[in-house]
Design a protein around this ligand. Structure first.
Ligand SMILES: Cc1cc2nc3c(=O)[nH]c(=O)nc-3n(C[C@H](O)[C@H](O)[C@H](O)COP(=O)(O)O)c2cc1C
Length: 208
């Protein structure tokens, strides 16, 4: 499916086919494609928890405002934005740049690390949280469009209790869950409600 077509056809799908499961191989392909998402300095602050076990889905549904799609979908992806990604991944980012001939040596790498510190602050700063959530949201959006391209449907969800979901998967207090994404095939015969309105460009675009 062409990109523009996939973007235009994507919808938040409320009802999934419980009988038709997306394979783990296809899900991995989807995750590999989404992993090509851009990120600041290529720091890739996303982590993904794949929930497929029916009992875990039931518990996740309880923590997600009882939304039936959590149990119906083949997989529910818990998107995790990790504020520690700067410290975790910066050495690899520098090594990669040296290896690809983009920078000369580690001393130039130290300069890049300094810029990272400046832009993304300390681990508990608002700057750092915004960095982690922004890049993880790009990952999630790429995944939803790519899913459409692979013939799958998705549903993004904000409707969950973050503390409960963190407890369910043993996440750290400083990790953030920007959203959950349900992935699956649509329930057979599903008719979608008309797409919710979008604002006119003039309402949100300004030109200078
Ligand atoms: C971050 C995010 C969180 C959302 N959370 C929920 C949710 O918890 N439950 C729900 O039914 N819809 C949720 N939605 C779906 C939106 O309501 C839906 O995307 C919007 O109405 C536009 O519809 P469309 O995606 O079909 O074009 C969420 C969407 C986004 C992007």
């Amino acid at each position: 499916m062409e990109t523009i077509e996939a973007i235009k056809a994507r919808r938040a799908i409320n009802h999934f086919d419980k009988e038709r499961k997306v394979s783990a191989e296809v899900l991995e392909e989807l995750l590999r494609i989404a992993n090509l998402s851009p990120s600041s300095f290529n720091l890739q602050p996303w982590k993904v928890i794949v929930v497929e076990d029916p009992q875990m889905k039931t518990r996740l549904r309880e923590a997600a405002m009882n939304q039936p799609k959590v149990e119906e979908a083949s997989f529910v992806l818990v998107m995790v934005a990790d504020v520690r990604a700067v410290e975790e991944n910066q050495e690899r980012v520098i090594e990669d740049r040296i290896q690809k001939g983009l920078i000369k040596d580690k001393s130039q790498g130290e300069g890049i690390k300094e810029v990272m510190r400046l832009l993304y602050g300390e681990k508990d700063s608002l700057k750092r949280k915004i960095f982690a959530v922004k890049n993880t949201a790009f990952f999630a959006m790429t995944l939803m469009i790519a899913a459409k391209g692979l013939g799958l449907e998705t549903h993004p969800m904000d409707g969950f209790d973050e503390q409960k979901v963190k407890a369910l998967f043993g996440l750290r207090e400083d990790q953030i869950i920007p959203l959950l994404v349900a992935v699956g095939f649509p329930r057979p015969g599903l008719t979608l409600p008309e797409r919710p309105f979008r604002r006119e460009l003039k309402e949100f675009v300004s030109w200078y």
